[in-house]
Design a protein around this ligand. Structure first.
Ligand code: ATP
Length: 270
């Protein structure tokens, strides 16, 4: 059961150079996660506690998981991922047990970075309905907070959580000693979009006519994940045409296709 709920990556391969458009966020994550792992004496000497937990928040597909993986990779830490939705369990004590397993595994594999995606699933503001399900979620959350309180003495474990629903979080988890370092990860601006286009086409055979700068201008509101699928889609047009290079027109067609299907799903949502 443990193996199902948690994703363990002994040596993730994502690096900081794979992440585009969020340099400031990379810097902040390194400061909050990497420095305390690599250089704990420095914190001891200055006499400050490193941040307990880091919370990444922002829209889907902006690189939050990549950031957590990259910092694990660059510190030679084991990456252990758990989805908040997995922690929400029907049976009493089950969620807390998963949390205990998570931290136990991390201390067996330290240095380790624990990444909890969709933290809002276990840390949403309390609602008025006092159903038993809510009480169980609450218990899981309390278990998580108490594990976080304990691990300072336990060595080289850092914890990163992520959410797309920052507004839904219970303030209790943001207090000092808990997720006390907030980092917003937005959708990329135009320069960031160009960087991400270049990153995702590094291994592609790109025709001379491709103008990434112009393309980036057009990709208003695209997330990093959207840009990644755009590049794959552009490659598919070249393959269908039995060409070995990807042209500017391929990117434009990919964009039109993606935007048309977005319009369809918007329409379906209405
Ligand atoms: P979610 O909130 O949906 O879990 P996320 O913010 O964790 O999303 P990731 O899983 O890190 O997003 O990104 C998904 C994929 O999108 C990545 O594997 C990568 O291919 C691409 N991607 C997203 N953001 C970036 C970025 N800033 N630079 C380069 N690639 C990116």
């Amino acid at each position: 059961a443990r193996a199902q709920a948690m994703e363990v990556d002994e040596s993730p391969t994502v690096t900081y150079s794979d992440i585009g458009g969020i340099d400031e966020q990379v810097r902040e994550v390194r400061e909050a996660v990497e420095d305390p792992l690599v250089n704990p004496e420095q914190f001891a000497k200055v006499g400050v506690d490193p941040p307990s937990g880091v919370l990444l928040h922002g829209p889907p597909g902006t690189g939050k998981t990549m950031l957590a993986k990259a910092v694990a990779n660059e510190t030679d830490a084991t990456f252990i991922k758990m989805a908040g939705s997995e922690l929400v369990q029907k049976f009493i004590g089950e969620g807390s047990r998963l949390v205990r397993d998570l931290f136990e595994l991390a201390s067996e594999r330290e240095p380790a970075v624990i990444f909890i995606d969709e933290i809002d699933a276990v840390a949403a503001k309390r609602t008025d309905s006092k159903t038993s399900g809510d009480a169980e979620v609450q218990r899981t959350m309390m278990q998580l907070l108490s594990e976080m309180d304990g691990f300072e003495d336990r060595g080289e474990i850092r914890i990163i959580a992520a959410t797309n629903r920052f507004d839904m979080l219970d303030e209790a988890i943001l207090r000092p000693g808990r997720f006390d370092r907030l980092i917003e990860v937005p959708k990329p601006a135009v320069e960031g979009r160009e960087q991400i286009l270049r990153i995702h086409t590094r291994n592609m055979n790109i025709a001379d006519d491709v103008d990434f700068e112009a393309l980036a201008e057009e990709l208003d509101d695209y997330s990093g994940a959207d840009i990644a699928s755009l590049t794959t889609e552009a490659g598919m047009y070249a393959i269908r045409d039995e060409r070995t290079t990807v042209t500017h027109e391929d990117f434009e067609q990919a964009r039109e296709k993606i935007e048309a299907s977005d319009d369809d799903s918007d329409a379906a949502a209405r």
